[in-house]
Ligand binder design. Structure first.
Ligand SMILES: [Fe+2]
Ligand SMILES: [Fe+2]
Length: 275
């Protein structure tokens, strides 16, 4: 028994700024042919859902058209960045932006079980925020950890927990920041995840830390030039297949889709302005 999750990420969809729709459709066609048990979008679903409703609605419609089982997690471009991020090009998460996201994508944290595994998805931007929902999310995380039994835990969230290790002190917009990271890992101390999967960096990378496999899913849409972002892994578009086995083992791999070119955001100043 294997449960196959196709993780797509950073789709950055918009009808008004449709630059990344074609790649989404091509990768979507590959997913429809592959028939995974679940498609999971790990955030930045929309190009600019943080600013308004239209991109959220357009992104949801494009996903619905795939006619596959899909779960969603929000990214900074869907509801604003973490309140403790040093810069907020897209604004910080607040109750209104979160409600707007929920109107289109139903939930921003959730968990479900498959043989051998519990899959826990959380809202990375809610971590460390002053919203009441941050406490609700912590309750769900604690509950998921307390009742894990002999299942392995897979944690999905938009941002990587860290670059190389849990004790990093840098406060950035790229990783979960030190204070909320410590709090999250404390909640999971008795039930540490075996797999941590994220998006946000638009690069594919697999590393091991704290006994977990950390997998960064790349974007289906575009990569960011080296002048703006260090190279941590592979800057190519695609999606990630995770195979969760009933014995608690798992493997993950990058899937590149023929006909879905690796676009560079520097070539699309109409998306977020010139770099
Ligand atoms: Fe992104
Ligand atoms: Fe992001």
């Amino acid at each position: 028994m294997v449960f196959r999750i196709a993780q797509i990420s950073d789709t950055h969809l918009s009808e008004e700024k449709p630059f990344f729709i074609e790649n989404f459709r091509r990768i979507g066609a590959a997913l429809r042919a592959d028939r995974p048990d679940l498609v999971l979008n790990s955030g930045d679903i929309s190009l600019d859902g943080a600013a308004g409703e239209a991109d959220l609605a357009a992104a949801r419609a494009l996903h619905d058209a795939l006619d596959l089982p899909i779960r969603y997690l929000p990214g900074n471009h869907d509801l604003g960045d973490s309140q403790d991020a040093p810069a907020h090009g897209e604004g910080a998460i607040d109750a209104a932006s979160r409600d707007r996201y929920l109107r289109h994508f139903d939930a921003d944290f959730w968990s479900f079980d498959v043989p051998g595994w519990r899959v826990l998805g959380i809202n990375a931007q809610l971590l460390g925020s002053d919203l009441g929902a941050a406490d609700e999310q912590e309750t769900v995380i604690a509950e998921a950890a307390a009742t894990l039994d002999d299942r392995a835990l897979a944690l999905f969230l938009h941002k990587p927990l860290f670059d190389r290790d849990r004790d990093e002190t840098a406060v950035t917009g790229r990783f979960v920041n030190p204070v909320p990271r410590r709090r999250l890992l404390a909640l999971l101390a008795e039930a540490p995840p075996a797999l941590v999967a994220c998006g946000h960096v638009h690069q594919y990378r697999e590393t091991r830390a704290d006994g977990a496999l950390h997998v960064w899913a790349t974007s289906t849409a575009f990569v960011i030039p080296d002048a703006r972002q260090p190279r941590y892994g592979l800057k190519e578009v695609g999606y990630v297949e995770h195979r969760l086995h009933a014995d608690g083992s798992a493997e993950s791999r990058l899937v590149q889709v023929p006909g879905a070119p690796t676009l560079n955001i520097a070539d699309f100043p109409g998306a977020y302005g010139p770099l």
